[in-house]
Ligand binder design. Structure first.
Ligand code: FAD
Ligand code: HEM
Length: 401
């Protein structure tokens, strides 16, 4: 526990930290990578370049300080971070490295404003937060039968098939034909690839797109093409160089964006673009276990040709007699599919006749897409506790309200 003095010092310094938090976290990463260049293999350099990871760490430190007295609000945030860490195999000793450089970065950026008392208070807070994360991560490793820092599991690519004009599905199995850890519908996997151009390894997460299975895993990867920003490193390497028979290094199935099957309340699944992947895993699991559950599926995309796994969705809908599907397409097809109600343009939930007010809601897509749907839902009588979401990058949606 933090002493009341430490707590008030932290709360008093939250505003100044908030003002400088992005400088602090940027300086922190530069400092840590200078002393520990091997950690560049662990962090997503695309997120570093775009500044998103800095914002996520900043958000977590701020949220922790601001809510230190409010464990109920912190719990889901810690859970999400711990799942991400566990998918990456983060070890307790690495907290020493991060702690040392984070505290040094606070001292160096704040200068004289960072008095020894303030630094000691933040040191205590960091370690309290670190211990909470280490404890949750230890539990996750135990549940997955995984050791923090163990050599990553190898899986063999047994099939690759198109999932849309710009997405491929990769089927993965144990190279010796053994069983794999199973996963929950909605979870993801970390995949590590060497990037020869950088002389580094890079890790990315991909949601499972099949129903939970301990023999075959499937992930579906959209190619991130060059636009105003560089082409995506790993998605392009997966599309261009990975072949059937290759082995990939992967972490344990992780993630807390999972289908709640302890209830049979109606379910609203909203996805945009490649954000459909975890929702497809959920649809397939519903067919197996709750085929009569009321499902309202809303998907947004450019056209069905660019909507990953649309052919899967069409088949899955046939196995869910109480499911309704709505598609919002920016370029509607000449021959509209019969399985869905088609709406031109971007997703607008006002186009729906009604959404059951007790629905469990699962959102996955770009941040602007999720912000728009979440805003609409909150303005139309839904409670924040009904809404779960997955961000395909560092969580900038801000779990805490
Ligand atoms: C939990 C989770 C689940 C996911 N599930 C899926 C999934 O099922 N399917 C899927 O396709 N993806 C999924 N993703 C996203 C995936 O992990 C990758 O982020 C995605 O494939 C892009 O990786 P990349 O290496 O190709 O791109 P990166 O190289 O990481 O680039 C990412 C973005 O950063 C930009 N960028 C790079 N350098 C700079 C720079 N210098 N300045 C500005 N911007 C820059 C790139 O242009 C690109 O837009 C998921 C992510 C998470 C966190
Ligand atoms: C108290 C300490 C820590 C906090 C508060 C913290 C916070 C975070 C947050 C908020 C994220 C983003 C989660 C998401 O939304 O996806 C994250 C991801 C990550 N963390 Fe930590 N972390 C801590 C310790 C560590 C340690 C010790 C390591 C190991 C060196 C580490 C490595 C990573 C990596 C590699 C990612 C993924 C980054 C990416 O893919 O861009 N973290 N962490």
């Amino acid at each position: 526990m933090l002493t009341p003095e430490t707590l008030s010092l932290i709360q008093a310094t939250v505003p100044v930290l908030r003002e400088h938090v992005e400088d602090i976290t940027r300086h922190f990463y530069n400092r840590m990578f200078t002393h520990h260049p091997e950690l560049k293999n662990l962090f997503n350099l695309g997120n570093q370049a775009s500044g998103e990871q800095q914002q996520a760490l900043a958000g977590a430190v701020y949220a922790y300080a601001a809510n230190i007295h409010n464990p109920a609000a912190l719990a889901p945030v810690l859970e999400r971070i711990a799942h991400k860490h566990a998918s990456l195999g983060i070890t307790p000793p690495q907290y020493l490295i991060v702690g040392r450089h984070l505290l040094a970065a606070i001292a160096e950026v704040l200068g004289k404003a960072a008095t020894p008392d303030i630094l000691a208070a933040w040191d205590q807070a960091y370690w309290l937060l670190a211990m909470e994360l280490v404890a949750i991560e230890a539990k996750l490793y135990q549940q997955a039968g995984w050791q923090a820092g163990q050599t990553w599991r190898q899986v063999k690519v047994t099939k690759i098939e198109p999932a849309s004009q710009d997405a491929l599905s990769f089927y993965l199995q144990d190279p010796q034909g053994g069983v794999l850890p199973t996963f929950l519908a909605g979870q993801y996997l970390s995949v590590a690839l060497d990037v020869p151009a950088l002389g580094l390894r890079q890790i990315r997460q991909y949601s499972f797109s099949n129903a939970p299975d301990d023999r075959t895993w499937r992930i579906t990867v959209r190619r991130v093409a060059q636009a105003d920003t560089p082409a995506g490193m790993i998605s392009n390497q997966l599309h261009d160089t990975v072949k059937v028979g290759d082995w990939l290094e992967v972490g344990p199935p992780s993630g807390e964006f999972t289908l709640d099957q302890t209830t049979d309340r109606p379910i609203l699944l909203l996805g945009a673009g490649v954000g459909v992947t975890p929702l497809v895993s959920m649809l397939k699991q519903l067919i197996r276990t709750q085929p009569h559950r009321q499902v309202l599926l809303g998907l947004a995309g450019t056209s069905t040709q660019y909507l990953p796994l649309w052919q899967d969705v069409r088949t899955d809908l046939a196995g869910l007699p109480n499911a309704t599907c709505h598609l919002w397409l920016e370029q509607p097809d000449m021959t509209p599919p019969t399985e869905a109600h088609i709406h031109p343009g971007r997703m607008n939930l006002s186009d729906l006749d009604s959404i059951p007010l007790d629905a469990e809601i699962y959102l996955c897509g770009s941040l602007p897409f999720m912000r728009a749907q979440r805003e609409w839902l909150l303005a139309n009588g839904f409670d924040v506790s009904q809404i779960r979401y997955e961000v395909f990058g560092p969580d900038l949606l801000g779990g805490l309200d």
